[in-house]
Design a protein around this ligand. Sequence first.
Ligand SMILES: Cc1ncc(C[n+]2csc(CCOP(=O)(O)OP(=O)(O)O)c2C)c(N)n1
Length: 585
Amino acid sequence: MAAILLSGNEAIARGAWEAGVAVGVAYPGTPSTETLQNLVLMEDVIAEWAPNEKVALEVAAGVSMGGRRALVTMKHVGMNVAADPLFTLAYTGVSGGLVVLVADDPGMHSSQNEQDSRNWGPFARVPVLEPSDSAEALAFTKLAFELSERFDIPVIVRSVTRISHSKGLVEVGERIEAEPKPYEKDAAKWVMMPAMARKRRLDLDERMRALTEWAESDEGPDTVHEGSTELGVVVSGVAYQYVREALPEASVYKVALGFPLAAERIKRFAASVDRIAVVEEADTYLAKSLLAMGIPVEETSLPADGELSPGKVSSAFGMGEPETRAGIEGLPPRPPLMCPGCPHRGAFYALRKARATVTGDIGCYTLAALQPLAAMDSCVCMGAGIGMAHGMALAGASTEKKPVVGVIGDSTFAHSGVTGLMHMAYNAGVGTIAILDNRITAMTGHQGNPVTGRTLSGRQNRELDLEALCAAMGIEHVTVVDPHDLAETERVVKEEVARDELSVIIMRAPCALLLKEREAVYAVNDEACTACGACIRLGCPAISSVEGGKAFIDVTLCVGCAQCVQVCRFDAIEPAGPACDIGGV
Ligand SMILES: Cc1ncc(C[n+]2csc(CCOP(=O)(O)OP(=O)(O)O)c2C)c(N)n1
């Protein structure tokens, strides 16, 4: 056995591998993404990107039904997409162990909302294990596979950003080859039509009862750190770290199994201390559960949203001040921006010119909502840009002077945009949809997707032919344009939004980070620059405004996309140097 430094995600991948997992499948999403990116590097495992989380879970369900162990990973909102199979898989149960990693993002570092995935436990009646560090991330993933097979149930491993992305020492072990279980036809277990489902519903309660009994026994995974009897704190996951640091004297009950809770053990702990409190972030899942058990949980002034920290915990218990942001106060704000040379910039330049109301979606292009482009009007969830464009048109909000355009990236289109577009085509919707095909899932770190055809194991498979797909839906007006060509993109957008029909514009140009060479770099000719600000309004990080409002191009950032050259009416932007290798990824 050796101890190595692993992030929570690396440890989960390792734990799955040690447990003999046969297949890992996922759709990327921060903070879960690296789990599968690590698993694919390991031997004797098949790892695949799915177009979305629902498909990922269904593939894993098939692996399980086929008798092998499967891991599915996703970010918290991914579970909303995968919830449909999840709820019924609790009824069917498993054959090979089925484990779902759900990584939450309290504080929304890179998410559109804050969800507490512990709630899926009681909602779907699925056990939830919660590691509090990398070592537990590995151990609980292995345990999850055991529990899944022993209690015939999919098991959720719930992580959060701080567990998934911080590193800790982990004892790693060998892989245990899980014996494949031969598939046997069993309609009462696998065909969830009402008559069978009613029986499995009762069976599920029985399985949950057996699991609870196990959790209450000495084998149960919850642990107690014995400290002073004055204060007892109940925690789960990362909150354990904050509490041990902020309240070193307190006794701490660490919930490892977030559902079903070992209520009797928790009650015994509560009875052993004078005061009992709960520390948890983003939701009051444990506090509500303990109150329902009749435990007199103290109220604290812990924030109801966002991430906790040792400082927030100690100040809530009257032991000091919360951390200040002194280190960063006074520094200029640095809002996120699209990269220099990003093709999305050209797309939004043209959409703004067309005075379009843009129902947007999630990807790097969501940054177009910020100044100076300020060219996106909504962002709700993956795929929503298309349905909302149709809905706005139904509401009469799309006019000739202010047309509504739905905008979506290639990965997001494959994830859940296809069905929205099908809805528009089927219902004779009128409007324009722009698919920003930058040949990659850029936002989550350059994963392949069905549109690019590049798989998780690096194979180049079939590319989804967007033009043919639109044609198959009967959409007659499908135009492909290079968004770096601003005049042409502007012309196509104006033409398409004027139609009284459904049209699709595929704006296709590779992500700037895929470029291996830059065409040329550009510089501003001071004499010719009139400080009109047109190039600044593109929001390119390579261009800044210097003395007198004149533009300046940082040649170390410029990748030569030449969008600024096209918006300068005074020919003040000129080639400044030859092409060179920029070492794209
Ligand atoms: C249901 C769900 N799954 C995953 C994510 C994480 N996520 C946000 S955007 C995105 C993909 C963006 O790729 P693409 O649409 O191609 O746009 P790009 O970033 O390349 O511009 C992903 C995976 C999410 N927000 N919601």
